[in-house]
Write a protein that binds this ligand. Structure first.
Ligand code: AMP
Length: 395
């Protein structure tokens, strides 16, 4: 059974084709700059890469090109005809309070995704356009929506309620939702298997260009660092994470426009804002090593925020089986992992420096054998999780 996984951004489509039985990735790629004069496609299949520069006007053209590449590139191509695709799984950013799990898409689901669009104005309309295009081109094939927010619908009201006038929640759905759910759910399931415990207590850190942490009790999410939007919580590549909301009014008072403040907090803050060097931790860390004081500060601010949440989530859980690192930074930066866990041995997390320096595409432990709480690096695979959900729901 072949499953197509689609992730539509505001001007891009990422995709992967899986063999559901073996879970092998048969092909995949990325189309960028959709709607611009010249779009760029990179398609990978069987170790070879194919590139195209042509104008992709919209998502329907984009999905059409993907189906064309899947049936023509490779020796032999992974499929001969688009009809061989059994179903498609779509990443959808915001499912609001409506979706606590992935779902087969019908007209009511399309309406509900549309209804959540004002909570994720850059993402949900693009996700929806991709779904509609795929439904048109793979007419008879079932489609599944996998929501970034669904995993966090188990959070209790005490964790998701903002202490603002309650009418904001009743009328405008202002609450904490949590994001990166597909990644947190994937690594949590892997950790449960590694621990041999069906419903463990976990703290999962997805640290990439965006970053978030989840507190998991008995296998279910009970808290998350991201809120109404993915701007809250950890320090990220360009996003500020937690700040005093009064900063917004203070800066408006200094003459910045609402748009400029928003842009600053979303695109000019985080590692980039503090360091002035880059949003990429690799660049920031090498600048810090060369003596750049602001780069060193950015690294410390990043680690401090994450460490603070590890402590908060440990307090929330009482007992914790494992801490899990994933995402580009979580998987690849031993120094950042060490900084985040620095000084936490008295709380039960006893890092082993040598194990922490390891690298690999398989999960590995980074704590000492006697550590009361294990820490693991577990590579995430959101696309595979979407493919698994798609198989489960179309079976
Ligand atoms: P992601 O969004 O999960 O793809 O993560 C991308 C980010 O991971 C990049 O912007 C880098 O900041 C970070 N990253 C990747 N490799 C490394 C590395 N070896 N050391 C430090 N950071 C890394």
């Amino acid at each position: 059974m072949k499953i197509l996984v689609i992730n539509c951004g505001s001007s891009s489509i990422k995709y992967k084709l899986y063999d559901a039985r073996t879970e092998n990735e048969l092909a995949g790629g990325l189309i960028e700059r959709i709607g611009e004069q010249s779009s760029h496609t990179v398609h990978k299949c069987g170790g070879a890469a194919f590139e195209r520069d042509n104008r992709i006007a919209d998502y329907e053209m984009g999905i059409g090109q993907i189906l064309d590449l899947l049936t023509t590139c490779g020796d032999p191509p992974p499929i001969e005809r688009a009809e061989e695709i059994a179903g498609a799984g779509h990443r959808v950013v915001h499912g609001g309070e409506r979706f606590a799990d992935s779902v087969r898409i019908d007209a009511r689901v399309l309406d509900a995704i549309d209804h959540c669009a004002d909570l994720a104005p850059l993402h949900n309309p693009a996700n929806l356009a991709g779904i509609r295009a795929t439904m048109k081109l793979l007419r008879t094939k079932p489609q599944v929506a996998v929501f970034d927010t669904a995993f966090f619908q188990t959070m209790p009201p005490a964790a998701y309620t903002y202490a603002v006038p309650h009418a904001w929640y009743d009328q405008y759905r202002v609450r904490r939702y949590g994001f990166h759910g597909t990644s947190h759910r994937f690594v949590a399931a892997q950790a449960a298997a590694l621990l041999g415990k069906a419903k463990p207590n976990l703290i999962t850190l997805h640290l990439g260009n965006g970053g978030s942490m989840t507190c998991i009790r008995d296998g279910a999410a009970v808290d998350q660092t991201m809120g109404l939007t993915p701007l809250e919580g950890l320090v990220m590549g360009t996003r500020c994470g937690d700040i005093d909301p009064a900063i917004v009014f203070y800066m408006l008072g200094k003459g910045l426009s609402p748009d400029a403040v928003r842009r600053a907090l979303e695109k000019e803050s985080g590692l980039l804002g503090v360091s002035g060097v880059s949003r990429d931790l690799r660049d920031v860390m090498s600048a810090a090593q060369e003596g750049n004081a602001r780069a060193a500060l950015a690294v410390e601010v990043f680690a401090h925020r994450a460490r603070k949440y590890v402590g908060a989530f440990l307090a929330e859980l009482g007992t914790c089986d494992a801490v899990v690192f994933t995402g580009g930074i979580g998987e690849n930066s031993p120094p950042m992992r060490a900084r985040i866990l620095d000084g936490l041995a008295p709380l039960g997390i006893d890092l082993d420096a040598q194990r922490n320096d390891a690298r690999g595409s398989e999960p590995f432990a980074i704590t000492a054998d006697g550590s009361r709480i294990a820490a693991w690096v577990i590579p995430t695979n959101e696309e595979l999780m979407i493919a698994r959900d798609t198989v489960r729901l179309i079976a």
